[in-house]
Design a protein around this ligand. Structure first.
Ligand code: 8YV
Length: 327
């Protein structure tokens, strides 16, 4: 039987390419170019599988142009780059890469929270610029993390891992809002209290966003929400660009209606809203939430393992929609 054809939309670890080559003809993207939709379609025609990252969009137009496609494996837990209803209608399987990145992403969320609250980036730039000539009593005085109220919007796996860090490690009062409330046992285990979104905004000293990006969560934090937050509060986004209205946030930071923000994700990545680049009270990182080497390897292997399972007749590890092979 002839081997299936798989496209790797972006560059990935050589060992992962080798794993796929054992079961398929593989076309790689050695220059790691970010393809336009037309360029992706051109390369995907005639292929049965694709390995994607969060920036590679699989929508109805791609599916129409590539009728032989049967599986898309995302090297990301978020899958807002996939049009799942269109994929299901076309009989195309979608998989993501959950669990393996939970703790690493929660670590980055906490790192960003601490860097933001304690003004690490701002003070480091000051030192490097040679501006440090004497110590001052309120120099880079920020806000405390320990003992503060930690608000979590979105209480899935990563939100829960952040709650544990906050409650157990830093003695924080954890409040959260989510589409569905956790069960009482889990709430007790996490020491997390469910509140309305309005209460979350008003009570949090540090508000961290960990919810998926959907039509409903688009601009879940805009001017109205920012104006409900404490003037001393910090906002951390490690979820997805588009959940925060970046222009409104840049204004709030400039006018100091909130104290500071830590952002790992942006509305138009890799472009960052110029207003965010102008203000000192924001810590900016280039979407590195899951970027520890072991975790990036685990994510890539999980995406590849889903492709291998599909093409060798095994059950999928982390499917997002029904598998047409089992109907
Ligand atoms: C990825 C992420 O690195 O998993 C996710 O949803 O946002 C990141 O961990 C990014 O999407 C590239 O695939």
């Amino acid at each position: 039987m002839s081997k299936p054809h798989i496209l790797l939309a972006r560059a990935v670890f050589p060992e992962v390419v080798d794993k796929l080559r054992a079961v398929a003809e593989v076309q790689t993207n050695p220059d790691d170019t970010v393809w336009t939709s037309a360029e992706l379609i051109e390369r995907l025609r005639g292929k049965q599988g694709v390995f994607t990252t969060g920036g590679d969009r699989i929508d109805a137009a791609v599916l129409r142009a590539c009728p032989e496609l049967r599986i898309c494996a995302n090297m990301a837990v978020g899958y807002n780059n996939f049009d799942i209803p269109a994929m299901t209608a076309a009989g195309v399987v979608a998989t993501n890469a959950p669990d393996v990145l939970t703790e690493t992403t929660a670590d980055l969320g906490f790192a960003l929270l601490m860097a933001t609250a304690r003004r690490l980036a701002e003070s480091e730039h000051y030192l490097r610029a040679g501006l440090w000539t004497k110590w001052g009593y309120d120099m880079f005085a920020g806000s405390d993390v320990h003992g503060a109220t930690l608000g979590i919007l979105g209480m899935g796996r990563i939100g829960q891992a952040i709650a544990r860090r906050g409650a157990l490690g830093f003695g924080m009062q954890v409040i959260y809002h989510n589409r569905s409330r956790l069960g009482p046992d889990l709430e007790a285990q996490l020491s997390a209290r469910y509140v309305s979104k309005a209460e979350l905004l008003e009570q949090a000293d540090h508000l961290i966003l960990v919810l998926p990006y959907t039509a409903e969560s688009h601009h879940a934090i805009g001017q109205a929400e920012l104006s409900r937050m404490k003037p001393t509060a910090t906002l951390i986004n490690i979820a997805r660009g588009g959940i925060v209205d970046d222009a409104a946030l840049a204004r709030a930071l400039k006018e100091r209606t909130i104290a500071a923000a830590g952002l790992d994700v942006f509305e138009e990545e890799p472009r960052v809203h110029p207003g965010l680049l102008e203000v000192p009270n924001v810590v900016l990182t280039p979407h590195i939430g899951s970027a520890s080497l072991p975790t990036r390897k685990a994510m890539a292997h999980l995406a590849a393992d889903n492709l291998v399972a599909f093409f060798t007749g095994q059950s999928l590890l982390t499917p997002l929609n029904p598998d047409p092979r089992t109907r």
